[in-house]
Ligand binder design. Structure first.
Ligand SMILES: [Zn+2]
Length: 158
């Protein structure tokens, strides 16, 4: 079963398989992207029987439009991200990031190395200026005792 319809742009009569109803195609006549209408009593045609019995009535040439399986590409493409983000935002600035060991501890887990690794990998080796260790003292809320712990301070360009 085929759908016979006219291109909304150039009025060229087109013929596509009814299975393609609702899809978007490129008009073979004017190259505009158009939608295939839903099959209706007025625009469907049984391809096998109709073409033989009505051949004399229809003398105008129909375009058979190939329907591709892949989804139609959006007409408006998203802009690609710039290759170098820093080129758009100006030169990188010196920045500081501190990571305290006590902030990386969960019950039964010490995630300091994991978080520090993710941090330096996220910054990127070429942008790290220095990594400095420091110690600090704080009062543990649970035990009310002073605890000395360590952390790292990363100087980087970002
Ligand atoms: Zn057209």
């Amino acid at each position: 079963m085929d759908i016979v319809f006219k291109c909304g742009q150039c009025k060229q009569e087109l013929e596509v398989d009814a299975a393609a109803a609702g899809q978007q195609i490129t008009c073979p006549s004017c190259n505009q992207v158009i939608s295939i209408p839903a099959p209706e009593a007025s625009n469907i045609r049984m391809s096998a029987s109709a073409s033989s019995s009505n051949a004399s009535i229809r003398e105008e040439k129909h375009f058979a439009v190939p329907v591709s399986e892949r989804p139609v590409e959006p007409l408006i493409k998203k802009p690609l991200p710039p290759l170098d983000a820093s080129a758009k935002d100006g030169p990188r600035q010196m920045r500081i990031k501190t990571l305290r060991h006590s902030d990386c501890k969960e019950v039964g887990h010490d995630n300091f190395d994991k978080m520090a690794t993710e941090l330096v990998q996220g910054i990127g080796e070429e942008y790290i200026v220095s990594i400095n260790t420091f110690t600090y003292t704080f009062i543990d809320i649970g035990t009310q005792k002073l605890i000395t712990d360590f952390g790292i301070l990363i100087v980087f360009k970002g």
